[in-house]
Design a protein around this ligand. Structure first.
Ligand code: ZN
Length: 316
């Protein structure tokens, strides 16, 4: 089958749910994952191997991974904060693991009580552990540079520090680095600038994905800017789940439905059926009745005669 032009990586079951007050039952998580995969989503970050004391919403991640692995054609991604989490991810059989490194050291200390050096050590330990695995069991290992476009505690982060950390993550053994606008501070110009600079440092093939939040309404503009720079993987969340409780009306991640609509309207194939994707909202709404679901396209509906992007011809 032909590969879509861009990869939409759904992070709602992880980033979305970890920011919700309520815990979604396992049966709803699995129904949601199955429905999105059936709609054509080929990568889903299904959970996070963190302490269940810190994030009870993620306590069943091993079970969620076990289910997700039974869904044909689905790449199963998880977040891990450390070596212990990475071991659990490998045991569960995840295809992709992401280790976040906050480029703001204040944020890193506040969040996970670790300095930059300590997180890099952890990346090295994870990479060493992965190197022991047979090739077909080794998950893809991404180091994610979070708060890359600014931090609520430190403000702007010096670019040379970000570049140094990107290089150190690659040297520690990551397969690639990603850029995360955790705080929604990025704008299209800063997104382009940082992608270009980091790619200049680690090579274009080692930075293919961005993780954007829509905190200030610039999410889609930022995604488009990243696309124009050659980025091909976009994290997003169904219904923009995970809205920040301290900023009413501000959604969390960029909304998967709107992102897919933008690309498909532009003629950029995502491989996703929009009607089927929007129908997944019912599962989430039913499981989390108090959670607000965002998105313009689901509210307005698809334009009359909307066909979406043409499916690219299979490579010879
Ligand atoms: Zn996020």
């Amino acid at each position: 089958m032909a590969k879509p032009d861009v990869l939409i990586s759904e992070v709602g079951p992880r980033d979305g749910l970890q920011n919700c007050a309520e815990t979604m039952p396992l049966a709803s998580k699995t129904a949601w994952i199955a429905a999105e995969a059936a709609a054509g989503v080929t990568e889903i970050e299904v959970g996070s191997f963190v302490s269940p004391k810190l994030l009870p919403q993620m306590a069943d991640t091993a079970d969620v991974v076990a289910f997700a692995l039974t869904v044909p054609g689905l790449d199963v991604a998880v977040l891990v904060p450390n070596l212990k989490g990475a071991r659990m991810a490998v045991e569960a059989g995840a295809h992709k693991i992401t280790l976040p490194l906050s480029v703001s050291e204040t944020h890193s200390l506040r969040n996970i009580r670790r300095t930059h050096d300590q997180v890099i050590e952890e990346a090295k330990a994870i990479s060493d552990m992965l190197d022991e695995l047979p090739e077909d069991q080794r998950p893809h290992f991404e180091g994610s540079l979070s708060t890359a476009f600014g931090c609520t505690l430190e403000g702007a982060i010096p670019e040379d520090l970000i570049l140094r950390l990107a290089t150190r993550l690659m040297e520690a053994g990551c397969d690639e680095v990603g850029l995360s606008d955790t705080t929604g501070y990025g704008d299209p110009a800063s997104i382009k600038r940082l992608i270009r600079t980091v790619r200049g440092e680690v090579g274009a093939k080692n930075l293919t994905g961005v993780h954007l939040h829509n905190t200030r309404g610039l999410g889609l503009a930022n995604a488009l800017a990243a696309y124009e720079e050659g980025i091909t993987t976009f994290d997003s969340s169904l219904g923009g789940l995970g809205g920040c409780p301290t900023a009413p009306g501000a959604s969390g991640n960029i909304v998967t439905e709107d992102l897919v609509f933008m690309f498909e309207s532009m003629g950029v194939n995502t491989g996703i059926d929009l009607d089927a994707l929007m129908a997944c909202r019912e599962i989430v709404a039913k499981a989390l009745p108090d959670e607000e679901l965002y998105g313009f396209t689901p509210k307005a509906g698809l334009p009359l005669g909307f066909k979406g992007a043409p499916v690219p011809a299979a490579a010879e």
